[in-house]
Design a protein around this ligand. Structure first.
Ligand SMILES: Cc1cc2nc3c(=O)[nH]c(=O)nc-3n(C[C@H](O)[C@H](O)[C@H](O)COP(=O)(O)OP(=O)(O)OC[C@H]3O[C@@H](n4cnc5c(N)ncnc54)[C@H](O)[C@@H]3O)c2cc1C
Length: 267
């Protein structure tokens, strides 16, 4: 590690102003990605602006139609929330599957989606549920938020404040995980929203994506057999020591089928 300035922000406006005025400053949430990147010298911010003391960024609000989670809400709190489990059990179970206890106790929703690791779980939940990302400047639909590997539409000085997840009719998330990190080799979130079906895939490609053919088939009949023979092309999928592209393509169909089965049994 090397020397850097540390600033504990007291408000969202203060945090936003501090990173806007210094291009070498970074927001700090739970440090689960950022501090690790700094230790490896992959990131070397001159200043860290800690969001941890801004109370309004943490917490969960549930209404009949929406679950709103503050950006600084730790994964452990979302996974344990009785209200989230009741409203969107698929979301609670997705968050429960993230990393290990230490990671879930420190990692946050805002940090996860701002970082946009291609194997992260939350992006599938956001896109699958057609969530809205609220920042200090605007509202962004999940379909428009994730733009590439570790890239989002966030601008300098823009702070994620919360994410609003519409409550679906039924949904489920299935992940084939890396046994060491528990990141998704392939994760598929399927949601029957009441006004359509959404299928979002993480881990398989540089950025989360939807599978239109599966969505169409499931809208016609929400059943595992509707997706069982739909094959996703391996072109452009990730290929690494954990899984080759054609294996990931195969896993998308398997995880989608299992997610539909699970959604039928949950709600
Ligand atoms: C061992 C290990 C295993 C893991 N396994 C999984 C897994 O299975 N699945 C999974 O999905 N994830 C996994 N993670 C990632 C983890 O879930 C964290 O959410 C993720 O690392 C982000 O960490 P953080 O919330 O502490 O954010 P930080 O590391 O503090 O920040 C990450 C980035 O987000 C920016 N940022 C933070 N908050 C905001 C905000 N409110 N607005 C704008 N920008 C912001 C920061 O500037 C930084 O660039 C794992 C991590 C580790 C270390």
């Amino acid at each position: 590690m090397y020397a850097f300035k540390y600033h504990r922000a007291k408000s969202v406006a203060g945090a936003s102003g501090a990173v806007a005025k210094n291009p070498d400053a970074k927001l700090l949430a739970g440090g689960q990605s950022l501090v690790a990147a700094m230790k490896l010298r992959l990131a070397h911010p001159e200043e860290l602006v800690d969001l941890g003391a801004i109370k309004e960024l943490a917490g969960i609000k549930v209404t009949a139609n929406t679950v709103t989670i503050g950006a600084m809400t730790r994964h452990a709190e979302v996974a344990a929330s009785a209200e989230v489990k009741k409203a969107i059990p698929a979301l609670a179970s997705l968050v429960e599957s993230i990393g290990d206890r230490q990671v879930r106790n420190m990692g946050t929703l805002g940090g996860s989606i701002a970082n946009n690791d291609p194997a992260a779980d939350y992006p599938a939940g956001l896109v699958g549920l057609a969530a809205t990302v609220n920042t200090n400047k605007r509202k962004i639909g999940a379909d428009d938020f994730f733009t590439g590997m570790y890239e989002t539409v966030l601008e300098p000085g823009e702070v994620i404040t919360s994410v609003a997840f519409p409550v679906p009719k039924r949904a489920a998330y299935m992940k084939f995980k890396n046994p060491a990190s528990r990141f998704a080799i392939v994760g598929v979130f399927v949601a029957d929203t009441g006004s359509g079906v959404r299928v979002a895939v993480t881990g398989a490609a540089p950025v989360v994506f939807r599978v239109a053919e599966m969505e169409k088939a499931l809208a016609a009949k929400f059943a595992p057999e509707s997706v069982a023979s739909i094959k996703v092309s391996a072109d452009g999928l990730n290929s690494d020591l954990h899984a080759k592209a054609d294996y990931r393509a195969h896993l998308i169909t398997v995880m989608a089928r299992r997610a539909v089965e699970s959604a039928l049994h949950t709600r």
